[in-house]
Design a protein around this ligand. Structure first.
Ligand code: ZN
Length: 315
């Protein structure tokens, strides 16, 4: 099997997996491992026609039910202290009117916070459900990057938080994205890290694999190599993610407590995301999330973080 990242011609079959977390996509799914760059990937040709069915109703967070106010506050705090804090740390001298685009923006928590921080922020999402939830008229584009390119839109900064691992051809995608970037322009990419301590410990049970939705599972070398090959220069790599790394540890050990998978299963079972025991389960999850933070900090300090966030530029 041909590696989509480094073009190694003979990647071998490594794992056969099921949809462990949502149990909504009939498998099995074959994952190949590249001995050149250590990317663990699915055969894009094989899943191209079914990939949209990997995302069940409920995949996008929406504020409803008793816990919605609490959930919204939690999500907003996390995105502000994690993703937005990273973006702002890159521009400590201030960058007024920085025009930025968050791709795969979902319900647009990041866009809202970036606007509040003074950035000229926009979002793009292919999912119509996510775009409707955002409720930020004129700020959220629906559809594909191609449409924005055709309109001549340009951005100083593009953010791809947990997007590249879902893509069938990430190299062509990153090359194409150059047409949306001003010169000089910046790109932020956040992906699960196959080289992380947690990935090694949990193996096929690691939450970061999220099969079949994660098509490419990158090693640190692979994601840096891919960005370089697509014409970007690496400026900064961060191994700690307050929001994601401890959460991935907890969901790997207790997939039954994972809030997203709980919600998807509830919707499938009852048609509603409401549940009597919701707050208690989410409280238990949050407690474990706090307990796992020191482990997440340790793996990040060792340069083996569960998620890597990379800032790269196009000069
Ligand atoms: Zn490879």
């Amino acid at each position: 099997m041909h590696c989509p990242i480094c073009d190694y011609p003979n990647a071998r079959q490594r794992l056969v997996m099921s949809d462990r977390f949502f149990q909504t996509s009939p498998g099995p799914f074959v994952l190949y491992e590249c001995p050149g760059c250590r990317t663990l990937f699915q055969d894009a040709a094989q899943i191209r026609d079914s990939v949209s069915s990997f995302y069940p109703p409920g995949y996008w967070w929406r504020p409803d039910g008793r816990a919605s106010g609490l959930e919204r506050a939690y999500r907003t705090w996390m995105v502000g202290h994690d993703q937005l804090a990273f973006v702002l740390s890159l521009f400590t001298k201030g960058q007024p009117n920085l025009r930025c685009l968050d791709i795969g923006c979902g319900e647009a928590t990041f866009v809202r916070l970036a606007l509040a921080a003074g950035l000229d922020a926009y979002g793009l999402d292919q999912a119509e459900e996510a775009v409707l939830l955002a409720d930020l008229p004129g700020r959220i584009f629906s559809g594909s990057e191609r449409e924005l390119i055709a309109r001549g839109e340009k951005f100083d900064l593009i953010t791809l938080f947990h997007a590249l691992e879902h893509m069938l051809d990430p190299f062509a995608y990153l090359k194409g994205l150059q047409k949306l970037l001003s010169r000089p322009g910046g790109l932020i990419v956040q992906v699960p890290n196959r080289d992380s301590l947690q990935a090694r410990i949990f193996g096929r049970r690691w939450y970061g694999l999220d099969c079949p939705r994660h098509v490419c599972n990158y090693s640190l070398f692979a994601i840096l190599y891919l960005l370089g090959k697509a014409g970007y220069r690496i400026r900064r790599v961060r191994h700690f993610s307050l929001r994601d790394n401890a959460a991935a540890i907890v969901s790997s050990v207790f997939p039954v407590l994972d809030p997203m998978s709980q919600k998807v299963k509830r919707i499938r079972r009852t048609g509603s995301s409401h549940s009597a025991g919701l707050l208690m389960r989410e409280g238990a999850y949050f407690g474990l999330f706090l307990l796992a933070q020191p482990l997440a900090a340790l793996e990040a300090a060792l340069g083996r973080g569960g998620t890597v966030t990379i800032y790269a530029t196009l000069d």
